[in-house]
Design a protein around this ligand. Structure first.
Ligand code: NAI
Ligand code: MG
Length: 498
């Protein structure tokens, strides 16, 4: 049995899709298109115009015009906020349609898209809409030592950075678009958004909803295409004032190099290898379920997946066996089947990457407590996997796998685990499971990561800043911290004649 496809979804996937530039749907300059497959079957789902450098250039020019001459920059903050709010409303009005599109294109269970991706995306726009009217500067008292007796009136303004390029990944296609667009628009910027080539559909539908919400032409442009072509052109374009990227650390470094040409501002949300730490005084049922959710949510395709599980020695066997037991019971299937608990990975490339790690683990002598292989022969499914007998130098321990694969090891005490948790180039998230609040907060203070969850995991909220220490990124998304990265501070200083 499958979920009944909404008529609007059927129509949407059977229509060839274009690029959204300056409020118009246009073909790529090259005339090229690419196919986006259904990861549950490997078959083509839809055809989409393929943007390249020339299209990016057109979009950048359109965005610049919208920024400098269009109605967007003349609107009141309240008017801008109401458009952003309306985007959130339209997402909720089309929740089922968007959830189905996301499930078909990405592979995730439609129930997950309904419960998490879509409402979180709507909430992000609603949250950011409120900020549009609350972007404030300061008044500042000056003491200028070489101008005794002078009087000043000095203040700061927070102004939009300008034309922003946003490059997003495929793991939460709609939600990542929301995380990026929300703060950029609330602060009055204009955007060229490049969705991931694996999952362009929900961003294209979102572009239609953004237009319907009353967004002026050219403020939001959506250009699907490949990373090495469209993405690279956007990151390098001299007409772009800021680039915001979510994806691999490897490409994050390429973005930094590409941005050097005009020294555009850069924010990055990159990979992770997040420690999830279970103390022996944790509630075992809650910790076991929490550790399983931390790694298996979204098939492990989460930058913040709890992929390194550490359990205090006395409880190691019990907790790890509990997680393995959950892993063995997870029902894999197409995202559009209502009883599916885990769908396929997003692409053939990701399937090969993850099974490559499983091979490497076996070659290095890990023990496989659950899973360990591809599931079935059709689509890109991988079994939920628990690996033990791991050593710190192993690839499966050091590198981000981005699949449903957790490595588990025992630890003895707080100091040891703090050091081990931090023994990684990444610093995105961490989990701590204990009933001892002093221990929990002491360890939270020692962990070098942007988010620490205590007795929970994967809790996201539009108000809670998210981002990475170390090689997990630059800057923060969500919360009011996200607004900083989308504004320039201007100091205005007036000498008063007294
Ligand atoms: P990726 O970093 O190549 O892709 C992410 C986005 O960057 C996509 O929109 C892609 O088109 C674009 N891109 C790729 N190369 C680019 C370039 N040279 N210039 C500008 N944009 C470019 O990630 P990929 O290849 O899909 O996955 C590889 C690994 O990256 C995963 O296994 C995972 O470890 C990590 N990853 C992390 C994500 C996160 O949320 N932090 C999301 C996706 C992947
Ligand atoms: Mg790549």
């Amino acid at each position: 049995m499958t979920v009944t496809l909404e008529k609007s979804v059927e129509d949407f996937i059977t229509t060839p899709h274009k690029l959204f530039i300056d409020g118009q749907w246009v073909d790529a300059a090259s005339g090229k298109t690419f196919a986006t497959p259904n990861p549950a079957t490997g078959q083509t789902l839809a055809h989409v115009a393929e943007a390249d450098a020339e299209d990016i250039d057109r979009a950048v020019r359109a965005a610049r015009r919208a920024f400098e001459q269009g109605p967007w920059s003349r609107m009141t903050a309240s008017e801008r906020g109401r458009i952003i709010w309306r985007i959130g409303d339209l997402i909720l009005e089309h929740a089922e349609e968007l959830a189905q599109l996301e499930s078909l294109d990405n592979g995730k269970p439609v129930a997950v898209a309904r419960a998490a991706d879509v409402p979180l995306a709507a909430d992000l726009f609603h949250y950011m809409a409120g900020w549009a009217t609350k972007i404030e500067g300061n008044t500042i008292s000056l003491s200028v030592p070489y101008m005794p007796g002078a009087a000043f009136h000095a203040y700061t303004l927070r102004e939009p950075v300008g034309v922003v390029g946003q490059i997003i990944p495929w793991n939460f296609p709609l939600l990542m678009a929301a995380w990026k667009l929300g703060p950029a628009l609330a602060t009055g910027n204009v955007v060229i958004l490049k969705p991931a080539e694996q999952t362009p559909l929900s961003a294209l539908r979102l572009a239609e909803l953004i237009a319907e919400a009353g967004m002026p032409d050219g403020v939001v442009n959506v250009l699907p295409g490949y990373g090495e072509t469209a993405g690279a052109a956007l990151a390098a374009h001299d007409g772009v004032d800021k680039v915001a990227f979510t994806g691999s650390t490897e490409v994050g470094k390429l973005i930094v190099h590409a941005a050097a040409g005009n020294l555009k501002k850069v924010t990055l949300e990159l990979g992770g290898k997040s420690p999830n730490i279970v103390f022996d005084d944790a509630d075992p049922d809650i910790a076991i379920q929490g550790a399983a959710n931390a790694i298996f949510f979204n098939h492990g395709q989460c930058c913040v997946a709890g992929s390194r599980l550490f359990v205090q020695r006395d409880r190691f066997d019990e907790v790890v066996e509990g997680v393995a037991n959950i892993a063995r019971g997870i029902r894999l299937g197409p995202g559009m089947e209502p009883d599916t608990q885990m769908g396929p990975l997003v692409s053939d490339e990701q399937l090969r990457r993850v099974t490559g790690y499983l091979d490497s683990g076996r070659a290095e002598g890990v023990q496989t407590l659950a899973g360990g292989n591809r599931h079935g022969e059709r689509g890109y499914f991988v079994q939920p996997t628990v690996l033990t007998d791991v050593r710190p130098e192993m690839k499966v321990v050091r590198e981000e796998i981005f699949g449903p694969v957790v490595v588990a090891s025992p630890f003895s005490d707080l100091d040891e685990i703090a050091a081990e948790a931090n023994a990684t180039d990444y610093g995105l998230g961490a989990g701590i499971w204990t009933r001892d609040i002093s221990k929990a907060h002491a360890l939270a203070g020692k962990i070098r990561a942007g988010t620490v969850w205590i007795n929970c995991y994967n809790v996201f909220d539009a108000a809670l800043p998210f981002g990475g220490y170390k090689q997990s990124g630059w800057g923060r998304e969500m919360g009011h911290q996200a607004l900083d990265a989308y504004t320039e501070v201007k100091s205005v200083c007036t000498q008063l004649q007294t």
